[in-house]
Design a protein. Structure first.
Length: 354
């Protein structure tokens, strides 16, 4: 079987790959060579609304929303909505079962009572899942993320066993292009993605747990990213942070872990007015402080110290629910965090490859 058919979602959707993932391919095979797919290059302007839609020719992309929420009692909640597109081969979408695209959805609800998650899968070309750029619509089975026109105002819904949410998102600031005008490096060896965010959503709606509905409000963050090989061989996974600071600033930080050395660090600082500044690795310090055992039997860091001295940021992040394990085909940790220290706030933490 050809190597490209054993990528991220081919295994998730059980299409027949019979070879185990190689550790050298990184988390979920994202370090696997992808020479037959489109490549990420510098100086390719992002164009909207076109780039809200799918990018056939690239191997992997996602539409990813995390929401930090609060109910009338002041209790913290978190909601995650994710749609992945993975291509078995390069080429345009086609109608019918010969479509090259596989789709996967992840949804989660975190809050009083713990963390719950769900996973759903579908094929492209037969109407089970897809994305349309304008009017914007992303869906997989009965989960949906839909806009009135673009992505400025979205309705988001999903659910699983024992939980659901229905949320309205309205943006209050500009899109943010990460890295070099959307070209986001992930290694010192040329691996990269196209990456932008909308971190300025205000949220209202309701969450549901075990049949009990709760009204919530808060903030949300949309991440859009596409690539064909975002990791280098030897990069095992990443720690990713999205922070809503009470000052009005927004911060995205990540480190891609490597077998030896510090790893690859990068980020973006966004002020309250929406002006963004790329952060280099030497401007960022991420220090794990406390670990929590997870379902996979491993200890994961659920308390962190985060520093960006250039902006006088020195904060501690504590997981709202330390056991926010996503027990999906390629499992990872994802959940909301409280921020305290030089400034307060809320945010989300994602950890893969542990």
């Amino acid at each position: 079987m050809r190597a490209e058919t054993c990528g991220l979602l081919s295994l998730l959707l059980l299409v027949g790959c019979d070879q185990p993932e190689s550790p050298g391919n990184g988390f979920a095979g994202l370090g696997q060579q992808a020479n037959t797919f489109a490549q990420v290059t510098r100086n390719q302007p992002l164009v909207f609304p076109r780039d809200h839609g799918p990018h056939n020719g690239f191997r992997i992309e996602w539409w990813y929303i995390t929401a930090n929420l609060q109910d009338a009692q002041g209790r913290a909640w978190g909601a995650q909505w994710t749609l992945f597109r993975s291509a078995l081969r390069s080429g345009a979408e086609t109608a019918g079962w010969d479509s090259p695209n596989l789709w996967l959805g992840h949804a989660a609800l975190t809050g009083p009572g713990g963390h719950q998650s769900s996973e759903t899968a579908a094929r492209g070309g037969v109407g089970q899942a897809g994305v349309e750029a304008q009017p914007f619509r992303a869906w997989i089975n009965d989960w949906s993320l839909q806009g009135d026109d673009g992505i400025e105002h979205l309705q988001m819904s999903a659910g699983g066993q024992g939980f659901a949410y229905r949320l309205n998102l309205r943006s209050g600031g500009p899109l943010v292009l990460h890295g070099d005008q959307g070209y986001s490096e992930k290694s010192g060896q040329g691996q990269a993605s196209y990456y932008y965010s909308q971190p300025f959503y205000r949220v209202s709606g309701e969450v549901e747990r075990d049949g009990q509905r709760v009204a919530v409000t808060g903030n949300a963050w949309l991440d859009r990213e596409w690539s064909s090989q975002p990791l280098a061989a030897g990069q095992s996974g990443w720690d990713w942070f999205s922070l809503h600071l009470d000052s009005g600033a927004k911060v995205m930080l990540f480190r891609v872990r490597e077998a030896k050395g510090r790893g690859y660090y990068a980020g973006t600082w966004v002020d309250a007015a929406g002006k963004s500044q790329a952060l280099k690795g030497e401007q960022i310090e991420l220090q794990p402080l406390a670990w929590t055992p997870q379902e996979n039997g491993k200890q994961l860091p659920t308390r962190w110290r985060v520093q960006v001295p250039l902006h006088e940021l020195d904060v501690q992040l504590d997981a709202v629910e330390p056991k926010a394990w996503m027990n999906t085909r390629f499992p990872y940790w994802e959940g909301p965090v409280h921020i305290s220290g030089s400034v307060a706030g809320t945010g989300y933490l994602e950890m893969t490859g542990y």
